[in-house]
Write a protein that binds this ligand. Structure first.
Ligand code: URA
Length: 282
């Protein structure tokens, strides 16, 4: 992280604080994000290529919402063949609140990730949040606790949110897949397809004003973009009329600290939408 860049940024913010008292961002909170020294999250292996023969065709229609097992399957439990890789049902559209959606997702066994999870990670935050963050999928800590972004990447995300002048409780945080892919690998296209309906319903119910997509997996599976995050980040995209800002995943930022500079530029664009940032040109 270029110290020079950071210091000039802080100087800018201080000037803004003088010009716009009460509306500028707190340099100390930004420093927390930019200088965070949380140990990096290890790089992950890509998802294994789907084996065609092992993936049954999705049923044409799913008449009922979702079968509701009483408790989550224990790790290692085999799923019935018919339950594997089924898309989220159209009936989700009738779900009118996050509270109604949660038990459905917690009972899901639509893909093989259900067999190895400890907890489903539904998502959390203000159900009417203006700002929504979407990651890839739960890691070890999230799987153990059933909450999104509570591990090392989550600690950095908290700092990003604070630097943006939001409280974590004010935003909504969700993932593309709600169950941990073993070894923290990238979810396969089939796993994402089985789960994405839940995320889309969450977005519809929360109705955020802006979505921040964390990392390429979220952009690829929500928006169908194929490019890498280095190409996608920092440029406004849209999802159903909602402005979407793709940026680096905090786990990547833990490994590649120099990329925080670009991530901060992306987050500032989001802050501007909420009138939270004042940035001098030149
Ligand atoms: N990484 C993610 O993409 N999501 C989480 O919830 C945690 C880590």
């Amino acid at each position: 992280m270029a110290q020079e860049f950071f210091e000039s940024l802080i100087a800018c913010i201080r000037k803004d604080a003088e010009t716009h008292p009460g509306q500028s961002i707190d340099p100390d909170v930004l420093r927390e994000f930019m200088t965070d020294r949380t140990p990096p999250v290890p790089a992950r292996k890509p998802a294994p290529r789907p084996v065609q023969a092992a993936v049954p065709a999705a049923p044409r229609s799913i008449p009922r919402p979702i079968p509701a097992p009483v408790s989550a399957p224990s790790p290692g439990r085999e799923l019935p063949q018919a339950a594997r890789i089924a898309p989220a049902p159209a009936a989700l559209e009738r779900i009118g609140s996050l509270d109604e959606l949660r038990p459905i997702v917690l009972a899901c066994s639509r893909c093989p990730l259900a067999a190895t999870r400890h907890n489903v990670v539904f998502g959390e935050g203000d159900p009417h949040a203006k700002l929504m963050f979407i990651g890839e999928g739960p890691g070890y800590d999230e799987d153990m606790q059933g909450r999104p972004f509570v591990g090392r990447a989550g600690q950095l995300l908290n700092k990003m949110i604070a630097a943006m002048q939001f409280a974590r409780e004010e935003v909504y945080i969700a993932n593309v897949v709600k169950c941990r892919p073993p070894g923290n690998r990238v979810p396969s296209p089939d796993e994402a397809a089985a789960c994405i309906g839940y995320l889309k319903r969450q977005i519809k119910l929360v109705q955020p004003e802006v979505i921040v997509l964390l990392g390429a997996t979220a952009v690829n599976f929500l928006l169908g973009k194929r490019d890498g995050i280095t190409k996608l980040r920092g440029k406004w995209l849209g999802y159903e009329g909602i402005p979407v800002m793709p940026t680096f995943h905090p786990a990547f930022l833990l490994r590649q600290e120099s990329a925080k500079r670009e991530a901060w530029a992306d987050l500032q664009q989001v802050m501007k939408v909420f009138g939270k940032v004042y940035r001098r040109q030149g």
